[in-house]
Design a protein around this ligand. Structure first.
Ligand code: PGA
Length: 239
């Protein structure tokens, strides 16, 4: 695990975007794994800038997102598909983008289809991750076991509380989501995890210094050979 601490979010965004840019310049048909939430927004702004400045061409890139709320159609403003269109895809020339369907009639089949689609495209070269206050990655919540495959997850109260800020009221926050599993994430050839702010400091401390434990899902990343962790000073404050 390589851990880098930066002065501010702008520096982190530039560092994260540079990792994606160098991959795509070397491998124009790269497969990238993307995340939602507030953390990656500044990185996406930097990836857009690199496109507008003609540094990076996304025409042959494929992307897979980590997760989607069950029950929200892609047209719903709080769906993760809508988030990705608004924050990144609508501003660059990427064509082949994948977000799990939260409205598939057979969600178990959708999970299998999603894992197979990743395999069919040769696996993920570089996966971007945020981290939940409870240590979740994707929507893999604290659990008794690490769940390997893409699966339907019951969101914990802490996640519902953290995400209600994006909805009109708490009861509108979906209670379940489709999430790439820990195995799909760990199979990525490289991973970059970003954490911003004091609220993430405890999860970062337990991820980096605590036991490798499914109750702290991000701790599994210590078993991956190529993980870069980008932290601001607040998120690194308990290390
Ligand atoms: P955030 O969410 O970026 O909005 O803090 C991260 C996560 O829950 O994985």
């Amino acid at each position: 695990m390589q851990i880098h601490v930066y002065q501010n979010e702008a520096e982190i965004a530039r560092a994260a975007a540079a990792l994606f840019a160098s991959l795509i310049i070397k491998k124009p048909d790269a497969v990238i794994g993307l995340a939602t939430g507030s953390t990656p927004i500044s990185t996406y702004q930097e990836l857009i800038r690199l496109y507008k400045d003609k540094v990076v061409d996304y025409a042959r890139v494929t992307s897979f997102n980590l997760d989607e709320y069950v029950g929200l159609p892609p047209t719903h403003t709080q769906s993760y598909r809508a988030f990705m269109q608004e924050q990144l895809f609508d501003h660059i020339n990427i064509q082949d983008t994948h977000v799990p369907s939260g409205i598939a009639k057979d969600l178990a089949a959708e999970c299998k289809r999603y894992d197979q689609a990743i395999v069919d495209r040769g696996g993920i070269d570089l996966q971007l991750l945020g981290i939940g206050h409870n240590g979740h990655i994707g929507f893999n919540e604290p659990n008794d076991v690490f769940v390997y495959n893409t699966n339907v997850v019951d969101l914990t109260e802490s996640t519902i509380q953290a995400n209600k800020r994006n909805f009109d009221s708490e009861d509108q926050v979906p209670r379940t989501a489709v999430s790439m599993g820990i195995g799909s994430i760990m199979q990525a050839r490289a991973i970059v995890l970003i954490a911003l702010g004091k609220g993430k400091a405890e999860a970062i401390k337990r991820t980096i210094k605590g036991e490798i434990d499914p109750q702290m899902p991000a701790s599994i990343l210590r078993c991956h050979h190529n993980v870069t962790v980008l932290l601001d000073k607040e998120a690194a404050s308990l290390l």
